[in-house]
Structures are given as structure tokens and as C-alpha cells.
Design a protein around this ligand. Structure first.
Ligand SMILES: Cc1cc2nc3c(=O)[nH]c(=O)nc-3n(C[C@H](O)[C@H](O)[C@H](O)COP(=O)(O)OP(=O)(O)OC[C@H]3O[C@@H](n4cnc5c(N)ncnc54)[C@H](O)[C@@H]3O)c2cc1C
Length: 430
């Protein structure tokens, strides 16, 4: 990989997401060599992916070059590499561009979509975990409407205009709200010759409430907001099959749709070599770590962020797979790696819960902070402020802010472009 060996300890970080970047920043300008490996050369701000999928934002405004984030750090190396395995006996990572020796290794690979072993759903549904996936979804939504115009078969047209979102967490709720706003504000203008009232948005949740994990008030309000926007909310329903045209559930309900979005779960993006059963939690498939983020059996190999499961009394199944735990663990591990090098005792990680929020659409959001819980317009402003604050890069913040103001004033979403058509080869015609 052409990275010089120096007298400084080498810390290899796999993943330039929230956790990896936070750690790399902490180790900047310290007496360690930091090598960050990522299969993409950019950091993705995943909380706004749904806005890319629905034409509210351009993808560039929620991505940021990793090299630019860390450009002023003299001890930093980035390599665009897909990590394929870890050789714990030889202290090496194995990537598609070669092997690299490490003194300290940090797995910050995040998570991937969990289909719970259902290969049919994996094949036919749309995921929204990455920018390319979000662009696929954006294209598919728009291609569906173009196609709906061309068919005289009513069932086919209905299926093209039906959207089924599986999963009532923040991702599903936010996407459903955005689709409902497209139906109301954009479709009638763009497709005057299509009866856009036929477009239906369904959100299916296997639990008895939306936004599980947030307060009861937040989930009630989210449901109320969605219903006001015309979204059909189905609770206590579990999707069992999808063959590209019919969604089957564990009840009598079925849905004919050309677009099913799977937002029903994620699991740790583990890497070969650290995926032995003893190291992994069965449910969320995350790497078990102790309170210092050390992987069981190693004192120089760590996992942080979504991929790590740190059970505690307050969080017996590990911390929520969200940005804050990832950012905080990255920062704390930076401190601990430096302590480890200096032979000082490590400091246990303590999660500071800063709250959870979700937006359902214009002027509609729900916010649960530690002390205050609120919903509605003020919550929406708080949601926007927090998301702008955590976006990386001044330009991105400005672009997103200007887009939001424009969209708000004009009731518009300008990025409704089929730039890279999504080949519907996987999706059979309804
Ligand atoms: C649609 C969506 C909406 C969300 N909304 C919210 C929200 O509103 N609030 C919130 O707090 N959280 C939200 N989250 C969750 C949040 O984005 C994650 O918890 C957070 O990104 C975890 O950070 P991380 O650093 O662990 O992983 P990630 O940010 O996922 O970063 C992992 C990095 O590792 C790289 N990588 C993975 N495998 C390899 C490999 N084998 N080789 C090389 N590189 C690799 C990836 O390219 C990526 O850059 C959302 C997630 C999604 C998908």
C-alpha cells in the first residue's frame, strides 16, 4: 500500500463513517500513524439519505471526501480499499489492494441491511443504506410514474403508483412522509395527465407502534402526522414475501406494488476473521466489545459504532445503532489508544444520550430529549438545526440549508432527475 513504517505505532481504522472519522480526528497530530481504509472515498451522512431518494437533496450535499476531512493531519494516510479479512495471528488486514500490518486495529465498518435470511425480499426490495442505493430508489420512483403514464392496464398502473415501506423506525417514517409530500406537492404538477390520487403510500410495522424506542407521545404524534399526510399506517403486520409485484404479510393483507422499500432492520457489517460466533451477538450480528471497545480476547483490536455491541446495565443489547454512540465511541477510543501506548489505565466508555428525533414532513417532527419531549413545528426547526450542525463541511451545510429554504418556500424538490436509470431487471413487471 506504499505506507512507510515509522517509529510511531500504526493505528489502522476500517471505515470512514461517524465512528472512524471521529477517532481519526482525535488521533490527529498525535505521535501515531493513522491509516484509514474505506471502500468509498467519501463519508456519507446517512440520516439525510431519504432526502436524496425523494429528490429533496443532491447526493453531493450529504457526502464529503474523506481525504478533505483529514487533510491537515500530517500523520494520516487514506487508502481506497475494500477490507476483505483480518488476520489476527499476523496482525494484518487483507484488502483488495493488498495486506497491511497494524499495531492497533479499529473496526468501524457500520452496519448493513438485515433481511433476516429472506433472500426473496433481499432480491426484489429496495434498500436505502448508501448513496448509490438512494439514487436507485430516486430513479425507480420517477421511472414508475413515467411508466404509469404509458399503461392502460389499471392494475399495473396502481402497482406502479403504490409504495410500500417496511419498517416503522425513523428511516421508514421519514421516507413515508417525504413520499406523501411528493404526492401532494409535486405529482399533480409534473403529471397532470395522471390521476395522482391513485398513488398510495403504505408503511408496515411489525410492532404495535411507530418509532419504537422513542416516547409514546412521539410515536402517537408521528402516526397522526403521517395519517394527516395520507399515509396508510399498518401496525402489528409482518411482511413475509415479496416477489417483485405482491407483498404478502402474516395477515390477510397483501399489497400490489412495484416498489417495496426495506427499512426493517440493520446488522453489523462484520469482517471475516472477526466474525467467529463467540464474538458476535446473535440478534444484531454485532461484534461484542468491553467497556473500552476492545474485542473479546484482544487488547489491541477494537470495534466502534454500529458494528460494535457494548452491553451495559442501561443497554443490555448494546447501544442504539445511531450516529451519537458512534461519534462518542470514536472520540473516547482515541483517548484510550493513546493511554494504551503510554501504558496508562484505560477509561471506560459512558454514553451521553443526547436524544432522538425524526421528521415526518414540513413543519412536522418529533423530538425526545432527556428532559423535554416536543412535537410539531418547533421540533421540526430543532431537527433541521441539529442535522445541519452535524453535516460535515461548510459548503454542504450551505447547500442543504439553501435547498431546504427553497423547497419550503416553493413546495418543491428540484432533484427529481433520472440521471442513472435504475434497471428494473430485478423487478418483474406487475
Ligand atoms: C437511512 C438512514 C437514516 C438514519 N438516520 C439516523 C438519524 O436520524 N439519527 C441517527 O443518529 N442515526 C441515523 N442513522 C444511523 C447512523 O447513520 C449510523 O448509526 C451511523 O452511520 C453509524 O456510524 P458508523 O461510523 O458506525 O458507520 P457508518 O457511518 O455506516 O460508516 C461505516 C463506514 O465503513 C465503510 N466500510 C464498511 N465495510 C467496509 C469494508 N469491508 N471495507 C472498507 N470500508 C468499509 C463504509 O463505506 C462506511 O464509510 C441512519 C441510518 C440510515 C441508513
Amino acid at each position: 500500500m506504499n505506507i512507510p513504517r515509522t517509529s510511531s505505532a500504526r493505528v489502522v481504522i476500517i471505515g470512514g463513517g461517524f465512528a472512524g472519522v471521529s477517532l481519526a480526528k482525535k488521533l490527529s497530530k498525535q505521535d501515531v500513524q493513522v491509516v484509514l481504509l474505506d471502500k468509498n472515498n467519501y463519508h456519507t451522512f446517512q440520516p439525510l439519505l431519504y432526502q436524496v431518494s425523494t429528490g429533496g437533496l443532491e447526493p453531493d450535499s450529504i457526502a464529503y471526501p474523506i481525504r478533505k476531512i483529514l487533510k491537515n493531519f500530517p500523520n494520516f494516510y487514506f487508502r481506497l480499499a475494500h477490507v476483505e479479512g483480518i488476520d489476527t495471528a499476523k496482525n494484518k488486514v487483507i484488502t483488495h489492494i493488498g495486506k497491511l500490518k497494524f499495531d492497533y486495529l479499529v473496526m468501524a465498518t457500520g452496519s448493513k441491511t438485515n433481511y433476516f435470511g429472506n433472500s426473496e425480499i433481499e432480491r426484489y426490495s429496495m434498500a436505502m443504506k448508501t448513496i448509490p442505493q438512494s439514487l436507485n430508489l430516486r430513479s425507480l420512483i420517477l421511472e414508475n410514474f413515467e411508466e404509469a403514464l404509458l399503461t392502460s392496464d389499471l392494475n399495473e398502473r396502481n402497482a406502479l403508483m403504490n409504495f410500500v415501506i417496511v419498517g416503522g423506525g425513523p428511516t421508514g417514517v421519514e421516507l413515508a412522509g417525504a413520499l406523501a409530500e411528493i404526492k401532494k406537492g409535486i405529482l399533480p404538477k409534473d403529471y397532470p395527465d395522471l390521476d395522482t390520487r391513485m398513488a398510495q403510500i403504505h408503511i408496515i410495522q411489525s410492532a404495535d407502534c411507530l418509532l419504537q424506542g422513542m416516547s409514546a407521545k412521539a410515536s402517537e404524534k408521528a402516526e397522526e402526522f403521517l395519517e394527516k399526510l395520507g399515509v396508510n399506517v399498518w401496525k402489528n403486520v409482518r411482511v413475509t414475501h415479496y416477489d417483485g409485484k405482491t407483498v404478502t404479510t402474516n395477515s390477510d393483507l397483501t399489497f400490489e406494488t412495484a416498489t417495496m422499500v426495506w427499512a426493517a432492520g440493520v446488522k453489523g457489517a462484520t469482517i471475516k476473521g472477526l466474525d467467529a460466533e463467540a464474538l458476535i451477538t446473535p440478534h444484531s450480528h454485532r461484534v461484542l466489545v468491553n467497556e473500552f471497545n476492545q474485542v473479546k480476547g484482544f487488547n489491541h483490536i477494537f470495534a466502534i459504532g454500529d458494528v460494535a455491541c457494548m452491553p451495559s446495565a442501561a443497554y443490555p443489547n448494546g447501544l442504539p445503532m445511531m450516529a451519537q454512540p458512534a461519534i462518542q465511541q470514536g472520540g473516547q477510543l482515541g483517548v484510550n489508544i493513546l493511554r494504551l501506548i503510554r501504558n496508562e489505565p484505560l477509561k471506560p466508555f459512558e454514553y451521553k444520550d443526547k436524544g432522538v428525533m425524526a421528521t415526518i414532513g414540513r413543519n412536522k417532527a418529533v423530538v425526545d430529549l432527556k428532559r423535554f419531549k416536543f412535537q410539531g413545528v418547533f421540533a421540526w426547526y430543532v431537527w433541521m438545526f441539529v442535522h445541519l450542525f452535524f453535516l460535515i463541511g461548510f459548503r454542504n451545510r450551505m447547500v442543504v440549508f439553501v435547498n431546504w429554504v427553497y423547497n419550503y418556500v416553493r413546495f418543491d424538490r428540484e432533484a427529481r432527475l433520472i440521471i442513472r436509470p435504475f434497471k428494473k431487471s430485478r423487478i418483474q413487471k406487475p
